[in-house]
Write a protein that binds this ligand. Structure first.
Ligand SMILES: [Zn+2]
Ligand SMILES: [Zn+2]
Length: 382
């Protein structure tokens, strides 16, 4: 975020709230902390500070409270010398990382809520306001966006535990603080995996190159093959079982024979379409680039996301279904703040409902909501 002098001065108010958060000693934990590289973006400075190393959580917290960064990261990898230049760090292994973003999760709302606002005139219809003042494009995330991401998250965690044999204690799930979720697996069996191995995991999860025909689904020259005509194999392992269970849920009217005979009556093109849909529903919408990368910087769990002021909140595995990001990730506390709201959709944050605002309107908002809108670009501090 590059800022003019007056903006920088106003952002200092938000930076001090970030500092206050880090001084409250949030429960930041990092496995193999001394072997990780850390990095951050500061408020109002366009370059990233990285290649940092810390000896303990206390050391890390002191720096976070002093700098109060806009964004804070740690490496997915472990290194012999984490603060050395990249080629001299000595790569020892890396966590397996997954990024689930609302944009890729095919949410019921469509997932695209882009607003263009003018700092003088509020919401702009079309490309520009025409007044000459600065316009900002804002990527909004709604509750249903995150429900789409949550659906993918639950699928991913079930697969990791159920089909990859990952131990629950090795899985860390974080709400990203903005548009989705991050899953970090730190297990001794997976940390040595190279890029190719990680790509294969991505291919399995995303069903890239998956051929249901090779598993006996589908038909040959119009005649149903055994798997489509026979009994559903609901207990089959991996993709075969998951495809069967989806098909069963769609077609069953009570007995197993129903499903087999319903499939047998279908035209090959109908079977094909059904299989495509089922595979799409079962595949997990992760960002393939993130998972294949063995040198990733990931958002530090329990740090603040500078795009929202929300915490990168750790989500316990037993809370995946009911964790409420718009309530539980609220981390900024402080006195109400005066802001000029340019435009705001209606939203819910920290147990409060906020109505849609067609600004510019100067108003006083609770600190967490004011910071949320300012960092999103929908309001400016007065
Ligand atoms: Zn304007
Ligand atoms: Zn949405």
């Amino acid at each position: 975020m590059e800022a003019t002098k007056s903006e920088a001065k106003r952002l200092e108010v938000i930076r001090s709230l970030f500092s206050q958060y880090y001084r409250s000693r949030p429960p930041i934990r990092v496995t193999s902390l001394e072997q990780r590289e850390f990095g951050y973006w500061e408020f109002s400075k366009p370059t990233m500070v990285r290649h940092l190393a810390f000896r303990s959580i206390d050391d890390l917290l002191v720096t976070l409270a002093r700098v109060a960064p806009l964004h804070a990261y740690r490496s997915s990898a472990y290194f012999t010398y984490p603060s050395a230049p990249m080629e001299e760090k000595g790569w020892l292994g890396a966590d397996l990382v997954f990024d689930i973003d609302a944009d890729h999760a095919d949410p019921p709302c469509g997932g695209h809520h882009v607003f263009r606002v003018c700092t003088e005139h509020g919401l702009v219809e079309g490309e520009s306001c025409g007044c000459g003042a600065k316009t900002v494009e804002v990527d909004w995330v709604c509750e249903r966006c995150l429900e789409g991401a949550r659906r993918e998250l639950i699928k991913l965690v079930e697969l990791l535990l159920g089909e990859f044999g990952v131990r629950e204690e090795d899985v860390e799930v974080n709400f990203s603080g903005n548009r989705g979720f991050h899953v970090v697996v730190d297990s001794s069996e997976l940390r040595d995996l190279d890029q190719q191995g990680r790509r294969e995991i991505v291919q399995y999860l995303t069903a890239e190159g998956l051929a249901p025909e090779a598993m006996g689904f589908g038909s040959v020259r119009g005649r149903p093959r055994r798997a489509t005509a026979g009994e559903p194999e609901l207990d089959a392992y991996g993709w075969r079982g998951r495809i069967w269970r989806r098909i069963y849920a769609r077609l069953s009217t009570g007995t197993d024979e129903d499903v087999g005979s319903a499939l047998a009556r279908m035209r090959p093109s109908e079977v094909r379409r059904l299989l495509d849909e089922v595979v799409r529903e079962e595949s997990v919408k992760i960002d393939p680039v993130v998972t294949a990368d063995v040198h990733r910087l990931v958002r530090l769990s329990e740090s603040l996301n500078g795009k929202t002021g929300l915490a990168v909140r750790r989500v316990p595995l037993e809370r995946l279904h009911d964790f409420d990001p718009f309530d539980e990730a609220v981390a900024i506390r402080g006195r109400p703040m005066r802001v000029k709201v340019l435009y705001s959709p209606g939203f819910r944050l920290g147990g409060l409902e906020f109505q849609e605002v067609h600004g510019p309107v100067v108003t006083e908002l609770p600190a967490h909501a004011a910071v949320y809108l300012v960092l999103k670009g929908l309001a400016v501090l007065e």
